[in-house]
Each structure stands twice: as C-alpha cells, then as structure tokens.
Design a protein around this ligand. Sequence first.
Ligand code: TTP
Ligand code: MG
Ligand code: MG
Length: 359
Amino acid sequence: MPDQRSEKASDVRKIIHVDMDAFFAAVEQRDHPELRGKPVIVGGDPGDRGVVATCSYEARRFGIHSAMTAARARSLCPQAIFLRPRMEAYRDASRQVMGILRCYTPLVEPLSLDEAFLDVSAATADGVLAVQIAREIRARIERETGLTASAGVSYNKLLAKLASDWRKPNGLLVVPPEHGLAFLAPLPVGKLHGVGPATVKKLSSMGIYTVLDLRNASREALIAQFGKTGLWFYEIARGIDRRPVQPSRQRKSVGTERTFPENLEDPKVMLATLQQIAGQVATRLQALGLAGRTVSIKARFPDFETVTRAHTDAQTIWHTDALCLFARPIGQGHPCRVACARIRPVAGRDREWSGQSQC
Ligand code: TTP
Ligand code: MG
Ligand code: MG
C-alpha cells in the first residue's frame, strides 16, 4: 500500500460503518413478537406487481432478497408473511439510532434510514479504541431500540462498509491498515464501491475478477478503459479511499441503475424495464421521505457512449406513475446497456408512504 506505511499512526483515520440488520423486517418482528423467527417480507403486494423492500434473515434462507418481485418471493416461500411498510415506525427507529451515533462524534454521515459512517478519529485520540466505540454503539442500539446492527471498523469508508457487511447479521469486524490489502485481495470486484455489473463484465473481459487481479492491472490500462473512474479503481484496489465523512451532506439525488448482460433491443422491453426502475426509485424516495422535481434518465449504449436527459416539473414528483410519465419520452429505442432513473429531491419535503404504486 503506497501511502499507508509512510503515514504516522496519528494520521490514520478511524471510520466506523453501522448498518441495521434486515431493518424494516426487524422493526416488524420487534413490534409483533409473533413474527419472530419467521420469514417476514416487507414490501409491495405479491398479487400486484409489488417488490420486496427487505425480508427477515429467516426469509433470506429461501433465496429472497430486496428488489425481487413479491410474486417471486411468494413462490420461493409460500408460508412467508407479507407486510406493507410502516415508514413512520422505521423513521422513528432511525432517528433513535442516529441519535445514539451522534453521542460518539458529530461526524456522522447517514447514508439511508438504516446506515451511517462515523469518523471517530478525534474520539480515539486519547487511547480509546475505535472497536470499543463500535462495541458500545452496537450494545446501546440493541438495548435502546430492541434492534441489532452490524458494524465495520477500518481506516476509510470503503473498508469500513465492506467490513460491516462481512459478519452480518449482528456482527462486528475490524480491518486494521496492516490487514487492508489482504482483506481486499480475494474479494470479487463487484463488491467494490462503484463497480456495477457492466464494469464487472468489462473487467472480466480483461481477465480481472478479484481485487488482487485489479491491483495487478496497470494504472494506464484502467484509465484507458474507464477514464477517471479507472483511477478510482486503481486506488481502491490498493485500499486507498480519501472520501471524508460528511455530516451535513445534502442528498443531491436518489436514483437506481441497472446494467444488462445483453443489450436491450426491444422498445417494449426497454419501457417495461424503465417502469421497474422508476418503481425502485419511488420506493427509495418514500423510504427516505423525500420528493423531487427533476427526473433524469441515463442510457448507455453498447459502445459505452452515455446520454442523459432531464425533465423538471412544476409539481413535486414522488410516486412511480409520475416518474414513469416523465421518464418515458426519454427512452428512444436505441439498443441500451444501462438504464438509470434519478430524481433530485426538494429539500425538506417529507411524504408519507402510500402503498406500492404502479405504472
Ligand atoms: P439494507 O441495509 O440494504 O438492508 P436491510 O437492513 O434490510 O438488511 P441487511 O442490512 O441486514 O442486509 O436496507 C435498509 C432498508 O432499506 C431495508 O430494510 C428496506 C429498505 N430498502 C428498500 O426499501 N429497497 C431496497 O431495494 C433496499 C436494498 C432496501
Ligand atoms: Mg441494513
Ligand atoms: Mg443499509
């Protein structure tokens, strides 16, 4: 690792990533004890094109996961219990969790209702270990909210987030600087921040499957293939991530992106795909309690050329129908590799969940 050895120990940041386990489903199991130990799915209606927002770990054993259609989830586990989301309960739990995190440092950057980065470098300057803080946070969350969280402790955001995911649910992992490279080496590249399915495919065509393979690729080759993003790949393969924890970061947009193993050629399929993506953006907007006015669409063609189109409306937009309406004229019938819908939220706009809407 180029920089780290030459850095003084005091320059090494202490970052914690905390992420609640099966968050929406765990709140349901906490509030309804009869659901504990059972496969619980929170999301849309299985009879009505709904999607899974999340599910309990008992349901995950059947292969169910977020963003799967609820109908498919029901076919995998007919005895599962389907529940509509109760966003207010999740927001309450989230506020309580974020309040606990802010007792340890003002440098708390929430990423969604159920997860946040903390920079505890200052809090650890007088000898307290970051792992002790992480242990205490996990214990307090469980005691005060009745929910469990997993945590990762490391020297940057990239590794802290990978670490919190490693021992889920109800786990804790510390990746100290001297173990960062070894921890990363065997991971499939798709685990890295910013490496989606299209990039995974492109990297595999270059013979790059693991982070170690990526580390062995030359800086020039990565930049030639991916431009500025190639430089990011070069750095994260070496465990370098300088992104600061930004406590007051305003969310600039909410979006989702899909990459397809084959080009989409049929306009009907493209439109249906866009509708699904719009549904996912609407779910995320509702989970975050936000609405927006500008919808943008990104399409990437087989040669990696990328086009974006945006529409700003006088009305606030937050449900699937409206997202689809504005997104639709932008799908132009070109073969397409990636489709993405994104919406720029209006600050302070707080909407209630109103069920799974459809296109
Ligand atoms: P996640 O932290 O991704 O998932 P999770 O907490 O349910 O499970 P775990 O972290 O243990 O793997 O998301 C947090 C919540 O956000 C989740 O409970 C429901 C909501 N969510 C959606 O509504 N749609 C989605 O596609 C995803 C991924 C999450
Ligand atoms: Mg979670
Ligand atoms: Mg999360």
